[in-house]
Design a protein around this ligand. Structure first.
Ligand code: FAD
Length: 557
């Protein structure tokens, strides 16, 4: 296991290239900072402190570099625009992963920088190269104060960014992460302390940057790294202005098992299938923005999202919209039985309830986005394999609808076939998109263009088994999903599925009229938990050969 982890993290071609460039740049900046300090004759007195001052300078330069880099992956709007152009070079969708790598690096180099400075300050006091004591440099001078301030912010931000904390109390992470604003002010102004100077006294001046650059020879790179900060700040202002444009919640539908569908009208909002947005409901929280995948197609006159009620915000929203636990329980009951119609409630599995907005005024909402997602690329491959697990099916609702609209217009790009997989734990969940899937399935002139594969992984009770058996006998439609395709039970075996797909492509039966000498591109787009992603990715890598190229892209909530 150890070896495969090492191979995956360090030796796969993309990772290897990343590691060489990323760590190479870090060591280069460290060496450069060290060298410029050690060879600067103006700083001869300070250089008497030897390796500790060279180390602090080298690590300081690396930290400045990281301080500029860390905000770049968070420029969501810039990424959305450049994403289609740069996707071949690096995975733009892994922006959060990259942000984390820079953060880990900052944690490491901060330790190096701080330790070296502590040694510097101790040695300044011991050797009296300047008439100062270490405590004063630490706590009364601008460099020491801003450094400690940044360390404190880092402890708070790193502590609350741990995945366990994010899962249990996202707000703790969310609000604490906004301390980054003050951290950035600290990083841009850290050199104000004038610790690195060629004179015994700091040479402060009254005009910006408040120290003389002739005698204060500390780092100047803030002049470069401030730009991502300015861009990020500009983005946040732009997002705020954009989010304030006229938006109206026009309809709320409640689907079995409690998924709420919000239909929002915002004429200024333009998006492509498979993207996601942030939503805010000021009545519930003035500060929280929650991400949800867009489930409508760009051709629809509204923007819709399907929201599962899982925590504080989504449950409060459910209550506010009249989709609280009692409504959901009544709907779920019918679905759990596996019957087409519940006699008591008169509801069938695919039914949804439209919240009557004449009794209940709908709250105002704001949306921010759209933001990119890998599933945007489905129209660039010949075969698209769309795999959603549980609520992870949401991006594919939009894509399937959009495919359907484009099919009607006869404009499918390079797309020749679509395999849609939905792996679901329980039967009520099928209700979410049943009507949509039925519509899309019924619209297929060529039954082979879109194949719907539904897997139910839940253990089936006797009650349900009986219903399935009774309803399935001789029926044209699957009793659980009401689709033509039969539901499969248990977990999909991805190795076999991809193996069969490759065989079919190679034999020329899969895509009518395909030329065997051309390599067929099969793109997999997955949204769901990481364990499943790993198994699917392994299957795509394993089955790629000179005839069929399987690619894999994932999105995770
Ligand atoms: C790109 C993306 C697309 C998503 N699409 C959908 C979707 O289509 N349908 C759907 O039901 N859910 C979706 N989610 C998940 C959804 O954002 C969370 O379920 C929701 O924010 C939970 O908030 P809560 O306060 O009710 O729950 P909590 O109990 O506070 O949190 C439940 C889980 O959601 C995470 N979470 C909470 N708040 C946020 C936030 N502001 N940003 C990111 N994660 C948060 C927490 O880490 C935790 O794991 C998506 C998430 C992401 C990142």
């Amino acid at each position: 296991m150890g070896e495969s982890w090492f191979r995956r993290e360090f030796l796969t071609p993309r990772r290897l290239a990343f590691n060489v460039i990323f760590y190479g740049l870090h060591f280069f900046f460290f060496g450069y900072g060290w060298h410029s300090q050690a060879t600067n004759t103006k700083l001869a007195a300070l250089n008497a402190l030897t390796w500790s001052v060279w180390t602090s300078r080298g690590a300081g330069l690396v930290l400045a570099f990281d301080g500029g880099l860390i905000l770049i992956p968070m420029l969501r709007n810039v990424i959305r625009v450049v994403r289609p152009k740069v996707q071949w070079l690096f995975p733009a969708d892994e922006n959060i992963w990259f942000h984390r790598q820079v953060a880990y690096s900052m944690a490491f180099w901060s330790m190096v920088h701080t330790t070296a400075h502590y040694v510097n300050f101790f040695n300044v006091e011991r050797t009296q190269v300047r008439k100062e004591i270490a405590l004063d440099i630490h706590y009364t001078q601008a460099g020491g104060i801003s450094g400690h301030f940044m360390l404190l912010i880092m402890v708070l931000m790193y502590g609350t960014a741990h995945s366990k904390i994010r899962q249990q109390c996202f707000e703790a992470f969310w609000y604490t992460h906004h301390l980054a604003f003050f951290f950035m002010i600290g990083i841009y102004s850290h050199a104000t302390g004038c610790f690195v100077r060629d004179s015994t006294n700091p040479d402060y001046i009254t005009t910006f940057p408040f120290y003389s650059t002739e005698h204060c020879l500390g780092y100047e790179s803030w002049r470069f790294i401030i730009w991502p900060g300015i861009l990020y700040f500009g983005e946040r202002v732009y997002r705020e202005i954009r989010a304030r444009k006229a938006t109206r919640l026009s309809k709320v539908l409640v689907h079995p098992s409690g998924a709420m569908e919000l239909r929002i009208v915002k004429p200024s909002f333009k998006y492509v299938a498979g993207q996601w947005l942030f939503i805010q409901v000021p009545e519930i929280s003035k500060f929280q923005w929650h991400p949800f995948t867009i489930t409508s197609a760009p051709e629809d006159p509204y923007v819709s999202v399907h929201i599962r009620q899982v925590g504080d915000f989504t449950r409060a929203l459910g209550d506010r919209l009249g989709a609280g636990p009692s409504v959901v329980a009544a709907m779920t009951q019918a679905a759990m039985k596996g019957a087409e119609k519940d006699e008591k409630t008169g509801m069938s599995r695919g039914d949804f309830v439209e919240i009557d907005s004449s009794n209940l005024s709908l709250p105002s909402v704001r949306i921010d986005g759209p933001y990119g997602a890998p599933a945007e690329d489905v129209f660039n491959v010949e075969v698209a394999v769309l795999i959603g697990a549980g609520i992870g099916v949401t991006p594919f609702a939009s894509i399937l609808k959009h495919i359907w609209y484009r099919q009607k217009r006869g404009n499918l790009g390079t797309l020749r076939r679509v395999e849609f997989f939905w792996v679901c734990r329980d039967a009520p969940s099928f209700g979410w998109f049943q009507s949509l899937l039925q519509e899309v399935e019924a619209a297929q002139a060529d039954p082979n263009f879109l194949r719907i594969n539904i897997y139910l992984t839940q253990k089936i009770g006797e009650d349900m088994l009986w219903n399935i058996a009774v309803n399935d006998a001789g029926a044209q439609y699957d009793p659980l999903t009401l689709l033509r395709t039969r539901t499969m039970f248990g977990r999909p075996d991805w190795m076999t599925i991809y193996g069969q797909m490759r065989q079919a492509v190679e034999s020329g039966q899969y895509i009518a009229g395909s030329k065997s000498q051309l390599k067929t591109k099969v793109g997999t787009y997955f949204c769901g938990p990481s364990v499943l992603a790993k198994a699917i990715k392994e299957a795509t890598v394993h089955h790629t050969n000179s005839n069929v190229e399987f690619s894999f892209a994932k999105e995770h909530f």
